[in-house]
Design a protein around this ligand. Structure first.
Ligand code: CP
Ligand code: NVA
Length: 331
C-alpha cells in the first residue's frame, strides 16, 4: 500500500499515480466525514506553521481549518511579521522552524525557497503555491472533476485557457501527465513561446508512461470534446505590471458562452482556482478599467452559469489539503 508519512509535498511530479490516487481518495473520504459531522484526531499534538510571502484566502483558511479539524494547531507567519528571508536565510529559518513545528506550509515566489525549506527543515514541507506550481489546487480540482464528470480522470479532457505559462498551467501539466489525462494549454502564441521547454519535456516523458496527452494550442479547434474549461487570472500575484500586455494578448481568450459552445459538450464544466475577475466589483478590476484595461478573464454569465463548479473547487481545497497533511503527518 501507499505510505506517505514524512514526505514533502512540493510538486505532483514527486508522486506516483498511485500516491496521487491515494490522496484523492483520502480527500473524498475526509469530505464525506466532515459533512457527516465527523472530524478526527490524527494531528493531535501536532503544530504546523504557515509561511506566506503572498496573500491568500483559500489556502490559508484551508490549512488552518484542516489542521484544527484533525486536532492539531496552526500558526500563521506572514512575511511582514517574521524574519524569514529578510533577516534570516531560508536555510536557517528551516532549521529553526523544523525544531519547533511538525510541518511547514510555504506560499511565495520561488520554487527554490520551498525546496530549500524541505532540504533543511527535517519535517514535511507543503507547497501552498509558488511562481511555477500550485499542487494542492490540482488535488482539489481533480476531486471536483470526479464529483461532476462521470468518467475516470484518464478519460477527461481539460482545457486551460489564458495565461498558459503561469503556475496553474504548469501545475495542471504535471497533474494531467501523472493521471493520464488529456491537457490542452490554450492561449496565444506569444505566451506559448514562453512555456518552459524543460517542463514540456518532463511532462511528455511522464505522459509516455501514463498515456496522457499534453498539448499547447492557439486555435479554437482544440476546444471540441472538452470536459473541463479552466481559466485563471491573466496576471498572477507579483505580475501586475504585465496587465496591459496580458489584456492585449488574452482578450480573445476570455471565457465566454460562445467558447463553452465550441466544446460541443452540453455538460462541460467551468473551473477556476479563484480569485476571479468576472465583473468589476473588486477594487483592482475597477482601477484597471479606469486605466483602460478590462481584466475580466471570464464573463459573469459563465461564472454564474450552471456549468460553473468554482465554489465546489474552493471547498475542496480544504478537504484535499487536509488529505495531504493527514497523509504526510497524521497518525
Ligand atoms: N486558489 C487559491 O490558492 O486561492 P488563495 O490565493 O485565496 O489561497
Ligand atoms: N495564478 C494565480 C493563482 C492564484 C491561486 C496567482 O499566482 O496569482
Amino acid at each position: 500500500g501507499v505510505n506517505l508519512k514524512g514526505r514533502n509535498f512540493l510538486t505532483l511530479m514527486d508522486f506516483t499515480q498511485e500516491e496521487i490516487r491515494y490522496m484523492l481518495d483520502l480527500g473524498h473520504d475526509l469530505k464525506r466525514k466532515k459533512r457527516a459531522g465527523i472530524t478526527g484526531d490524527t494531528l493531535k499534538g501536532k503544530n504546523i506553521v504557515l509561511l506566506f510571502e503572498k496573500t491568500s484566502t483559500r489556502t490559508r483558511s484551508s490549512f488552518e481549518v484542516a489542521v484544527r479539524d484533525e486536532g492539531g494547531h496552526a500558526v500563521f507567519l506572514g512575511s511582514d511579521s517574521s524574519q524569514v528571508g529578510k533577516k534570516e536565510s531560508i536555510e536557517d529559518s528551516a532549521k529553526v522552524l523544523g525544531r519547533i513545528y511538525d510541518g511547514i506550509e510555504f506560499r511565495g515566489y520561488e520554487q527554490s525557497t520551498v525546496e530549500t525549506l524541505a532540504k533543511y527543515a527535517g519535517v514535511p514541507v507543503w507547497n501552498g503555491l509558488t511562481d511555477i506550481d500550485h499542487p494542492t489546487q490540482i488535488l482539489a480540482d481533480m476531486m471536483t472533476i470526479e464529483e461532476h464528470v462521470a468518467k475516470p480522470l484518464s478519460k477527461v479532457k481539460v482545457i486551460f485557457c489564458g495565461d498558459i505559462r503561469n503556475n496553474m498551467s504548469y501545475a495542471w501539466m504535471y497533474g494531467c501527465a501523472k493521471m493520464g489525462m488529456h491537457f490542452v494549454a490554450y492561449g496565444p502564441e506569444e505566451l506559448a513561446k514562453e512555456i518552459d521547454q524543460n517542463v514540456l519535456d518532463r511532462v511528455n516523458e511522464v505522459a509516455e508512461e501514463t498515456g496522457a496527452v499534453i498539448e499547447v494550442r492557439s486555435d479554437d479547434g482544440c476546444l471540441e470534446g472538452a470536459d473541463v474549461l479552466y481559466t485563471d487570472i491573466w496576471a498572477s500575484m507579483g505580475e501586475e505590471a504585465e496587465i496591459p500586455e496580458r489584456v492585449r494578448l488574452l482578450t480573445p481568450y476570455k471565457v465566454t458562452e460562445e467558447m463553452l459552445e465550441k466544446t460541443k459538450n452540453p455538460d462541460v464544466i467551468f473551473m477556476h482556482c479563484l480569485p476571479s475577475f468576472h465583473d468589476f466589483s473588486t477594487k483592482m478590476a475597477k482601477e484597471q478599467l479606469e486605466l483602460g484595461y478590462d481584466i475580466r478573464e471570464v464573463t459573469d454569465e459563465v461564472f454564474r452559469s450552471r456549468h460553473s463548479v468554482v465554489f465546489d473547487e474552493a471547498e475542496n481545497r480544504m478537504h484535499s489539503i487536509k488529505a495531504v497533511i493527514v497523509a504526510t503527518l497524521g497518525r
